[in-house]
Design a protein around this ligand. Structure first.
Ligand code: COA
Ligand code: NAP
Length: 266
């Protein structure tokens, strides 16, 4: 039985929020290569323009901030006008920096929660209005910080934990209309902005690798193929699931990332 084919997503229209770099861009490229029409959204026009060119296959892009619900709604409507009802929506825009809570301003905490959590609500809420019903697949990008505390990550831990619960709540409410809502939990993915911020030194990189059961970084392809599965017909009975694609990072928790442990690595 052939499951993944070149035209796996033919006839589908996908919208990837945060789809202009890293993991989300890899997802957007995989969807386009699989035959879907693809739209991406992020804040910086130059990143949007470059991503649209890199994705090819007639992709379109929108420069908007996921914190602005009206702008997200407008982009989503434009994508649906161009492509027809959206059948795949990914919410992956996020912000991160390492900061101990005691040195984090209220605005620093709020900024990450607004991008990650409120942004995810804005994206999925707008998508609901232009979704293909039944049949739309909505996919949130979570993180191992959603289930274990990580040092310097109080804002991300709080936001991603809430994204997991939002995933379940929307899956429950929208399931009767034939909408599947799931989340992917990536592990440490090599060559991404996220890892550059979380593991900026060789010592921190070694810890990030050894914090996975498989002892190595993942690739953007690993996550893109999980996102392909969830968007494809093979994912038709999966909803409300928080799916780890993390090399087993979630098994070990975040204590290893404390400054004391990193310093002890020498
Ligand atoms: N340590 C402590 N506080 C920080 C910080 C850091 N490294 N970086 C930003 N902040 C604080 C700022 O000081 C500000 O708080 P203040 O007003 O009390 O001074 C607050 O966070 C907002 O910063 P600002 O730069 O205005 O936010 P922004 O909306 O322009 O950018 C960020 C959002 C900060 C998350 C930015 O890093 C970003 O755009 N990230 C996107 C890319 C990314 O993080 N990728 C990895 C995904 S895992
Ligand atoms: P990335 O390359 O920085 O991607 C973030 C994307 O979101 C960019 O396209 C960025 O573009 C956009 N974005 C940021 N803030 C935005 C906003 N307010 N409004 C609209 N778009 C915004 O990061 P990444 O490392 O690939 O991470 C992607 C996702 O995977 C995130 O959800 C992250 O939490 C998750 N994750 C990553 C890892 C990892 O190892 N990298 C591990 C676990 C989870 P603009 O700057 O143009 O806005």
């Amino acid at each position: 039985m052939t499951v993944f084919t070149d035209n796996l997503l033919a006839g589908h229209a996908a919208f990837v929020a945060g789809g202009t770099s890293g993991i989300n861009l890899a997802i957007a490229k995989a969807y386009a290569a699989a035959g879907a029409k693809v739209a991406v959204l992020s804040r910086k026009p130059e990143k949007v323009e470059a991503a649209v060119a890199e994705i090819g296959h007639g992709a379109i892009g929108f420069a908007a901030d996921v914190r602005e619900s009206d702008a997200v709604h407008a982009a989503m409507r434009s994508a649906a006008d161009a492509f027809g009802p959206l059948s795949i929506v990914v919410s992956g825009a996020a912000g991160n920096f390492i900061a101990p809570a005691a040195q984090m301003s209220a605005n620093a905490f709020r900024t990450v929660v607004e991008i990650d959590l409120i942004g995810t609500f804005n994206v999925l809420r707008a998508a609901y209005d232009v979704a293909r019903k039944p049949g739309c697949r909505m996919i949130n990008i979570s993180a191992p910080q959603s289930t274990a505390p990580y040092w310097g990550q109080a804002h991300v831990c709080s936001a991603k934990a809430a994204i997991d619960m939002l995933t379940r709540a929307l899956a429950l409410e929208w399931g009767p209309e034939g909408i599947c809502v799931n989340a992917i939990v990536p592990g440490p993915i090599d060559g991404t902005e996220g890892m550059a911020r979380l593991a900026p030194t060789p010592q921190a990189r070694r810890i990030a690798e050894s914090a996975t059961a498989l002892g190595r970084f993942g690739t953007t392809r690993d996550i893109a193929e999980m996102a392909l599965f969830l968007a494809s017909d093979a994912g038709r009975y999966v909803t409300g699931a928080i799916l780890n694609c993390d090399g087993g990072q979630t098994l070990s928790g975040g204590g290893a990332f404390s400054p004391a442990v990193i310093a002890a690595q020498g």
